[in-house]
Design a protein around this ligand. Sequence first.
Ligand SMILES: Nc1ncnc2c1ncn2[C@@H]1O[C@H](COP(=O)(O)OP(=O)(O)OP(=O)(O)O)[C@@H](O)[C@H]1O
Ligand SMILES: [Mg+2]
Length: 248
Amino acid sequence: MPPQSDQTPMLQVENIRKTYHLGRVKVPVLHGVDLTVHHKEWITILGASGSGKSTLMHIIGGLDRPDRHPENPASITYGDRVITDMGAGALNAYRSTEVGFVFQFYHLLPELDILQNICIGSMIRYGRFGYRSQRKGVESRAKELLDRFGLSDRMKHRPAELSGGERQRVAIARALINEPALLLADEPTGNLDLKTGESILDVLAELRLSSGLTMVMVTHDERIAARADRVIRLIDGRVVEQTGVGSV
Ligand SMILES: Nc1ncnc2c1ncn2[C@@H]1O[C@H](COP(=O)(O)OP(=O)(O)OP(=O)(O)O)[C@@H](O)[C@H]1O
Ligand SMILES: [Mg+2]
């Protein structure tokens, strides 16, 4: 049985709008997105290419900000903290302690080995000097994650020396290094074949069972979306449907 969400809202997203500006051209992407994610819930955001899924994930993860409309404000509330009101320092702390982010295109650093790639989030969290005292513990946790994901023998490899599925597992391990409560995964299977994609979903499902993570995952694939507790549809920058579906 999957862990039951306890129905306490972990994340409340209200009225998120986002328009990109390319010179004088405006590209409106999100038109007022509302979304609630409960503790320990696994939701997927399903939508076509260009519908604004990555944009929404970046905003939820504190990597980007929504548009400001003082007369009709947006808000993102995480527990009792309002992310959208935070200054740069508090937002950095939110990003590095609460959230793990799995990017659509891995974003591994090519010149670092796998172990270093996984530890990088902790280096950012503790800063150059603070990290010295944390390093042993962080590396041992990184090794545990590598072991769990079947990558112990790849520790000293560079990302280019790994397969797509292996890179994605490294990206998930990196997202977990700071023990986040919320995992945001942007198309974690998008660049993988069906079988490898299924194995990544198995990793995520197992993680959720063992550590009670709350997960928000993006996909454009209905079958993948169906693994989650709830499916949100994003069409042309709006949430148009929320369906409760089966189990993990
Ligand atoms: N930095 C940017 N500047 C300008 N336009 C952007 C920028 N980022 C995204 N866009 C545009 O915003 C729209 C939504 O992009 P987004 O990456 O959020 O879509 P998506 O749903 O994640 O698509 P995909 O499934 O292809 O990853 C697209 O039309 C894209 O061209
Ligand atoms: Mg995307």
